[in-house]
Design a protein. Sequence first.
Length: 167
Amino acid sequence: MNFFSLMKFNKLEGKTIREIEEEHLNGGESYGVLFTFGAGAILLLLVFFIGWQINSKIANLRVENKNLVVENTVLKEEVNQLNNQLASIRMTENLPEPEIKPEVSAQNEYFFYEIKPRDTLGDISNEYYGVPTYAPELAKLNGLSVNSTLRVGQIIKVPIKPDKLKS
């Protein structure tokens, strides 16, 4: 018998079969210690991995937060500029409108009207003829539909007398 066999034999000497089986089934003392160390190492790695992921997420959120702060600042500046433009437009709209003197064409007795903000063909008809009912005729004369969107600064042709619209 060699030395290792004697050591194993000494461990078994004086024990019942049941004790030997229990020791074998429970993994023995050395296996229990190894299992505890292994489980501890796995838990430690798991905690490290979770901590690393949380730190990475925090770093990404900080970068995203800085980008959002910059974007927010830019958007606030843009809103301020647009509010200033809106205020200046409102101030200019409150000023009395300059008189538009119709340029009369000797041939057809028409003048050219420049569209202002919120103008409609019905409003123009009402302004020059006293009723909004000539809007379809104004649209037809200018190659538009009654529901066309008029652009500020657009020039349309308007007859001096509404009877020119009917012909």
